[in-house]
Design a protein around this ligand. Structure first.
Ligand SMILES: Cc1cc2nc3c(=O)[nH]c(=O)nc-3n(C[C@H](O)[C@H](O)[C@H](O)COP(=O)(O)OP(=O)(O)OC[C@H]3O[C@@H](n4cnc5c(N)ncnc54)[C@H](O)[C@@H]3O)c2cc1C
Length: 508
């Protein structure tokens, strides 16, 4: 497509910092000194938190049982479980959902983050508990190789790929080798070494495939991924007894956060504050004092307990009195920048599979937004929305900081997408970009076994939720698990009982 044609397509950038500092503090921190071209009241707050400014802390204006910081799936789940209590939920964005957030284009839902769950995950049962009926995906992932769509990459696709015979055979040998590994028995060792150790003797095409799949799913290339994760994944998608037990809704798992908010907000609107950026969490003897900024106003509230459902790179900046070892563990969790680019077509462009991998392009894979309802009686596809997942390398983070940079990334995505379908020659009517600075933690060697258990240890009255407490990969399900644990811990503390699971607060 020529630059001229692209000029007529409408690009919409969301996650802009004018909307209330959605680009997180650490992203801004990296730009310190380079004076990024961004403005706004909320940005000023973020800069100040980053710079370690101590905000004046107004006197306590309200008391609550539990203050929950962060309104992603983890914080929302905590609020849902604490409906019988006097809770206060604080979220810095103007909407709920965090990384599990869906948007709509003229009634067609599309994802900006979390896409699907597996039936074995806690999110499956939880979704049903809140009244959502999970819809089955039932479509093993395909790959576009040399312009050809190859369905079921690691199943029947292995015999049909357009690679030379030697490469095809290597894919099959790699699969056999990986399927033979006893992950549970060797889990300690396999969580400590990189997945790339298992790829050394294989052609580059296999590594390239996993260097596409890993960053999209768990934020890490083969060198950065704990081997257990890559091995387990290949066993799941290609093992003898494999079954595609993935479920979702149009627009992905944002359907879950939307539903939780719809359930609790009508009854607890006073207890759920959007646009409320927490700047300090300070434990004292009886309470924890939480200071947040909403609009131009700073407020301090007291909670008998606090649940931090924010990612750890933020948590460690605002919680006072974290043990040094715990703070150091939190610092060891790395996060990648990520853009999700939705291409909105007003005619069918691709409806062959749910999630399709595209090695060698600016984006890693794309998902058909309405896949799970396409065959429902009476459904007529109005827009073919294709959600292009575009994880970035850490050094590319600055690209997302300006609207022009984000548009540039989306332009590259569109160019590469259209190269894959030269015959189609169709332009989208709109391109929507959702940018995030640090949404997905990297599932690196040692993270799950050594770092996360230390990072999630409860303090006296501050309890740690968020998916990055749990692992082994960032998921909506583990955000829910973390919330359940933190709620139990908070309830025990309020009741004056010992903490469950004999979790011991770290000192020193
Ligand atoms: C592109 C992408 C695709 C993904 N795909 C999948 C998938 O297919 N399946 C799956 O299960 N998972 C997937 N994930 C992971 C999943 O989205 C996350 O694990 C999950 O949404 C995390 O939820 P959370 O509540 O733990 O954290 P978050 O979503 O990070 O929520 C934290 C919240 O805290 C808020 N916050 C931060 N700082 C402050 C502050 N100072 N004051 C107040 N509020 C604050 C943030 O704005 C945010 O809303 C994907 C993630 C991404 C980015």
């Amino acid at each position: 497509m020529t630059a001229n044609r692209r000029d007529f397509i409408k690009f919409v950038v969301a996650g802009s910092i004018a909307a209330g500092c959605p680009l997180d503090v650490a992203l801004l921190a990296e730009q310190a000194g380079s004076h990024p071209a961004v403005d706004g009241e909320e940005n000023r707050i973020c800069h100040q938190v980053r710079d370690g400014k101590t905000f004046s802390r107004p006197p306590v204006s309200a008391h609550h049982d539990v203050v929950i910081v962060g309104g992603g799936v983890s914080g929302l789940t905590a609020a849902y479980l604490l409906r019988h209590r006097d809770f206060l939920l604080l979220e810095k964005e103007p909407h709920w959902g965090g990384n599990a957030y869906l948007m709509e284009f003229q009634g067609s839902a599309y994802g900006t983050g979390s896409a699907f769950l597996d039936k074995s995950e806690p999110s499956f049962a939880f979704a049903q508990d809140i009244g959502l009926k999970p819809l089955i995906v039932d479509s093993w992932d395909g790959t576009i190789i040399q312009g050809e769509f190859l369905p079921d990459t690691w199943g029947e696709g292995l015999d049909r790929s357009p690679y030379p015979v030697s490469v095809r055979d290597a894919f099959k040998k790699f699969k056999r080798e990986i399927l033979a590994i006893d992950v549970p028995r060797r889990s300690h060792e396999l969580f400590a070494v990189p997945f790339s150790n298992f790829l050394k003797d294989y052609p580059n095409e296999i590594k390239q495939w996993w260097d596409t799949y890993g960053p999209s799913n768990w934020g890490a290339t083969t060198e950065e991924t704990a081997a257990a994760i890559g091995i387990f994944e290949l066993q799941y998608i290609s093992g003898e007894k494999r079954k595609d037990d993935r479920y979702t809704w149009p627009g992905g798992l944002g359907a879950i956060t939307k539903k939780i908010a719809e359930i609790i907000e009508p009854h607890f609107s006073e207890h759920m504050q959007l646009g409320a950026t927490t700047v300090a969490v300070v434990p004292d003897k009886q309470n924890v004092l939480v200071t947040y900024m909403q609009g131009a106003e700073l407020k301090t509230v007291a909670g008998k307990a606090v649940i931090m459902a924010t990612p750890k790179f933020i948590t460690r900046r605002i919680v006072e009195g974290l043990p040094a070892k715990q703070s150091a563990a939190m610092q060891q969790i790395h996060y990648i920048p990520y853009a999700v680019v939705n291409l909105i077509f007003d005619r069918p462009v691709f409806n062959k599979g749910y999630d399709t991998w595209c090695p060698g392009n600016r984006f890693t894979d794309f998902i058909a937004a309405d896949w799970v309802i396409r065959n429902q009686p009476g459904y007529k596809q109005k827009y073919n929305v294709l959600t292009c997942y575009t994880p970035l390398r850490q050094e590319e983070r600055g690209l997302l900081l300006t609207e022009a940079g984000a548009r540039g990334v989306a332009g590259d995505v569109l160019r590469d997408f259209q190269k894959l379908f030269p015959g189609a020659n169709v332009d989208p009517i709109e391109v929507h970009i959702y940018r995030r600075g640090h949404p997905l933690y990297m599932s690196m060697p040692g993270l799950y076994t050594q770092v996360q258990p230390v990072a999630r240890a409860p303090m006296e009255r501050v309890f740690l939720a968020n998916t990055d407490s749990e692992g082994p990969v960032s998921s909506t399900g583990s955000g829910i698990t973390a919330a359940r644990r933190a709620v139990k811990e908070a309830e025990s503390r309020i009741a004056g009982k010992p903490l469950p699971n004999k979790t011991v607060a770290l000192r020193g």
